[in-house]
Write a protein that binds this ligand. Structure first.
Ligand SMILES: Cc1cc2nc3c(=O)[nH]c(=O)nc-3n(C[C@H](O)[C@H](O)[C@H](O)COP(=O)(O)OP(=O)(O)OC[C@H]3O[C@@H](n4cnc5c(N)ncnc54)[C@H](O)[C@@H]3O)c2cc1C
Length: 220
């Protein structure tokens, strides 16, 4: 497998809004690292199903997990995974030119069920650490029974695409500029709040540093 620029295959070639496409793998890495929720699109019993789910990753593959009973976590069939970050609304002079500033990634592939116990544990560690760095060493790790109840899928990051839109509306130099309407962008950011302690805990048990220090930091 190569690990250079993102490949332009029949699946990943942008057909519309091509100017928003990027073949820079660093852009893919940045989008994946900025989030921890993906949308997993699968065909289940002949019908499409899109499941929001947590992910983790290493350099070459994305990990998703869930119950062994999950119908969406079947290995061996094509899936399409997206990760999306919304950076703001693009409010143009015309409704037609309205849009969204965003960073998004789409990964196509056939996931592999991870069965090797060491790889499975490492994949679950990556998944946990991706959402909450420091938590794998803090929380109790999965028991053998819990591992057996969990499906872990690995999806190669080889066939992936990226799209990014930034900046002002596109109609500032068109005929609608003469309308004299306000146009611009409305940025959207999301940030972590203050940890809320489980009321069942004794009051002197404070959040560990790896959780407390995220308060106020940006997500996405
Ligand atoms: C938050 C958000 C809101 C959007 N809203 C709209 C909207 O209202 N209307 C609209 O037309 N478009 C919107 N887009 C863009 C949309 O996701 C598609 O890129 C675009 O519509 C082209 O679709 P298509 O079916 O022609 O894809 P094609 O260009 O035919 O797709 C070909 C291949 O390009 C890649 N690709 C396509 N879209 C993306 C993507 N977003 N990210 C990464 N890879 C991609 C995939 O690998 C795909 O298989 C939005 C995107 C985001 C992230």
């Amino acid at each position: 497998m190569t690990y250079g620029p993102l490949p332009e295959t029949d699946l990943t070639r942008h057909r519309r809004l091509r100017e928003q496409g990027s073949l820079d793998r660093a852009d893919l890495d940045a989008i994946l690292d900025a989030g921890f929720i993906c949308h997993l699109g699968v065909i289940v019993e002949g019908r499409p199903m899109v499941v929001p789910t947590v992910y983790g990753r290493d350099e070459r593959q994305l990990y998703v997990h869930g119950s062994v009973a999950s119908r969406s976590l079947a290995a061996g069939a094509p899936v399409c995974v997206t990760v999306t970050h919304v950076d703001g609304l693009v409010l143009a002079r015309s409704v037609f030119e309205h849009g969204v500033n965003y960073r998004s990634a789409m990964i196509h592939g056939i996931p592999r069920k991870v069965t090797d116990p060491d790889e499975k544990t490492d994949g679950l560690r990556r998944l946990t650490e991706h959402a909450t760095p420091g938590q794998w060493d803090y929380a109790r790790r999965p028991s053998r029974k819990e591992l057996a109840a969990t499906t872990l899928l690995a999806l190669s990051l080889e066939e992936a695409s990226v799209k990014i839109r930034t900046g002002a509306p596109d109609d500032g130099d068109g005929p609608d500029a003469a309308l004299g309407l306000w146009a611009g962008t409305l940025p959207l950011t999301s940030a972590w709040g203050a940890p809320e302690t489980d009321p069942l805990l004794p009051p002197d048990l404070v959040p560990p540093a790896h959780i407390a220090r995220r308060e106020g930091t940006r997500h996405g």
